[in-house]
Ligand binder design. Structure first.
Ligand SMILES: [Fe+2]
Ligand SMILES: [Fe+2]
Length: 406
């Protein structure tokens, strides 16, 4: 079946340009064009669409308002905003209801890639087995209150690092946990950090936000004895995977925002394990036992028992928390990068390798071929296979702080 896409722009000329540019896609896409938000909504009320791609600046109803209404009235539709380069920041802030952001002028390949990625993610997260599993769970962890407060503060244009640091400092329990973590030696910060605002200015907001999220969620299960594994070990593994991923990104000279994305994804990559183990401890134990006994990957055993994997469950959860699609994708494919629609996405190779390297402990001398969990075919496509030996040293350095698994 063809993907049905609705393009919205109040400038006829731009719509005509899009029509011409996208003509080669007509075998795969059924494209409809609307010149205003109200026309788009009227069309959507009459016929189903898979994706809506809207301009940001429109006179009668702007892209933010349109996508907000689409979210409410047709929540299953993928929402993409197109904005001028100069409006990108504004678009990121104001159009919270968009799944993806694209800059104008848009190249057909990027648009095609973005739409295909969004559809693949929707199919993954809305598959019947996953939905059924989630509906059987009594509780899905919510993002901690402090996280919501920090996100809210960030939305105010005049908020400062000091203000954010002070808000975090009011939560004593979280402050202790965060300071303990950022002062651990594997983090590699040369001096002692004694206040959350220093942590924010040294590590960056995205990093601190991810730490608040993970520490808050894990702390809810701290005293739960029914887990089939030690939850501190999973937390340790998660954070170290994030730290390794960020260091590998820096080593490969990726821009800071990519290093942050790999850190956040690394920190959150196994959150699905926590959810499965918290809600269905006996079945999760069975999955772990099956993986060991049959010598198959844990994800295979999970598929047999739950019909899906901790990767999909985790991706679903962080999607609910409002994490950007790219983070959701990195989590969703951390064990199976070759299943991802982009065949050479370096950040995915990094998160995937960081997880495997964390499992290697502090061994920097393991032959590269012994790092069995790495999908070398995927790494080859990103041109990064030759970097593994160097990456091992980073992994071993971070892991030296103590062994863990997860
Ligand atoms: Fe995993
Ligand atoms: Fe992992």
């Amino acid at each position: 079946m063809k993907t049905r896409i609705l393009f919205v722009d109040d400038e006829e000329m731009i719509l005509q340009g899009l029509k011409r540019m996208l003509r080669p896609m007509k075998d795969n896409w059924e494209m409809v064009f609307a010149v205003s938000g109200s026309e788009a909504l009227a069309l959507m009320a009459k016929q189903p669409f898979d994706v809506v791609v809207s301009d940001m600046r429109m006179r009668e109803m702007d892209g933010a308002e349109l996508l907000g209404r689409v979210k409410k009235e047709h929540p299953q539709v993928i929402r993409i905003i197109l904005s001028g380069q100069a409006d990108r920041e504004a678009a990121l802030k104001s159009v919270k209801s968009a799944h993806q952001y694209l800059s104008k002028p848009c190249v057909p390949d990027i648009l095609k890639n973005t739409i295909n990625r969004s559809i693949a993610l929707r199919d993954l997260l809305h598959n019947d087995k996953l939905q059924m599993l989630i509906s059987r769970m009594d509780s899905l962890p919510s993002a901690p209150c402090l996280y919501a407060k920090v996100v809210e503060l960030l939305d105010k244009s005049e908020c400062s690092i000091k203000e954010i640091g002070e808000t975090i400092a009011k939560d004593l329990g979280m402050t202790v946990k965060i300071l303990q973590l950022v002062n651990s030696s594997f983090y590699g910060i040369p001096r002692r950090i004694s206040h959350p605002k220093e942590a924010v200015s040294l590590l960056g907001l995205d990093t601190v936000k991810a730490l608040i999220l993970i520490m808050g969620v894990f702390s809810k299960y701290e005293h739960n004895d029914s887990f089939p594994f030690k939850i501190e070990l999973l937390l340790n593994h998660s954070i170290k995977t994030g730290v390794i991923a960020k260091k590998l990104s820096a080593m490969e000279k990726f821009p800071k925002y990519i290093a942050d994305e790999t850190f956040i994804s690394g920190v959150l990559h196994d959150i699905g394990k926590l959810v499965l183990a918290a809600n269905m401890p006996d079945q999760y134990k069975k999955a772990l036992g099956m993986a060991k006994k049959q010598n198959i990957p844990e994800t295979e055993a999970e598929k047999q028992i739950f019909g899906t994997t901790h990767c999909a469950v985790g991706a679903y959860l962080i999607g609910l928390w409002g994490m950007p699609d790219v983070i959701v994708e990195l989590v969703a494919f951390h064990h199976s990068p070759s299943d991802y629609v982009i065949e050479d996405f370096a950040p995915l190779a990094i998160v995937h390798a960081a997880n495997a390297l964390q499992h290697c402990g502090n061994r920097a001398d393991l032959p590269v071929t012994d790092i069995l969990k790495i999908d070398y075919a995927y790494l080859d496509k990103t041109g990064l296979t030759g970097r593994i030996a160097e990456w091992q040293k980073i992994g071993a350095g971070v892991n030296d702080e103590g062994q863990s698994n997860g």
